[in-house]
Design a protein around this ligand. Structure first.
Ligand code: ZN
Ligand code: FE
Ligand code: FE
Ligand code: ZN
Length: 269
């Protein structure tokens, strides 16, 4: 049974629900472990309107403790953050890493320069006027640099750039292959993030083609639902498990104290 490590809390200002409801949903779904990974603060503040502030960190630690108290041994509760990969973020991520006994840090690319390209508010404006080939080229170069940084345990939603369905023409492996090389060299784990199934792209992140390349390259993987409400914690578990098996994965990963170990990807009942 896989764990589900990419989930949010109301502290990021666009998620809802109490710790108990998230934990109950994780137990009901049969995830082996539940991890919290809300959008990390970033300086200078306020960086944007969709993350916690540095001053929210104590409340975040409390939220995790509430989840642990509610779980009371029924499911392990892991502590993480979804950090943004931004130029020159290394010192800040290292400082965040020292603030708590994290089990893992997720690195995500949501920004190209100062453009948060996955924000729906840009669909009719910036996206409509962008050269998709150029945007994808910049995105994948940024993603490879994030892998090479060595700052993160898990790399989030690998092809998030397709969220609104903007994809270049032709075979996309020309984008995937250099990124796969960088990720494999880094030793990082990637996630199969099922939120994409519920977005305009109608495909989990990353694509099946990317997953096949990643599996062949020996890149470890976790499944995550990127839940922003309790009802999203359990969805897609079996579908994601089947997808991973279909491309050749036989294991997922568990994280504790920023160390990982493999667990078998079992058949769904
Ligand atoms: Zn979010
Ligand atoms: Fe994200
Ligand atoms: Fe997220
Ligand atoms: Zn995310």
């Amino acid at each position: 049974m896989p764990a589900n490590y990419h989930t949010h809390t109301p502290l990021c200002r666009h998620a809802e629900g109490e710790p108990a409801a998230y934990v109950d949903a994780a137990i009901a779904a049969g995830w082996s472990e539940y991890g919290v990974s809300d959008h990390a603060p970033h300086r200078p503040e306020p960086y944007d309107d969709w993350r916690m502030l540095e001053a929210d960190l104590p409340a975040y630690f409390e939220w995790i403790e509430h989840a642990r108290a509610h779980a009371s041994g029924r499911i392990p509760i892991r502590a993480g953050l979804e950090c943004d990969w931004l130029e020159a973020c290394g010192d800040w991520v290292a400082e965040l890493a020292s603030r708590y006994s994290w089990d893992y840090l997720i690195g995500s690319v949501h920004y190209l320069g100062d453009w948060d390209f996955d924000n729906p508010k840009w669909v009719g404006s910036v996206w409509a006027h962008s050269d998709v080939e150029d945007v994808w080229t910049r995105y994948w170069a940024t993603y490879a640099r994030m892998a090479e940084s060595g700052l993160f345990d898990i790399l989030g939603h690998p092809d998030l750039i397709k969220k609104f369905g903007y994809r270049p023409d032709g075979d996309l492996s020309r984008f995937y292959e250099p990124a796969i090389d960088a990720i494999a060299a880094s030793g990082c784990t990637i996630e199969l993030n099922t939120a994409g199934w519920h977005k305009p792209c109608e495909e989990a992140y990353p694509s099946p083609e990317f997953l096949e390349l990643a599996c062949s390259a020996g890149i470890p993987i976790v499944i995550s639902t990127d839940a922003h409400r309790p009802s999203e914690v359990g969805r897609d578990k079996d579908r994601a498990t089947e997808l991973l098996k279909s491309v050749g994965y036989q294991q997922t990963q568990l994280f504790e104290g920023r160390k990982r170990k493999a667990e078998a990807l079992q058949a769904s009942p």
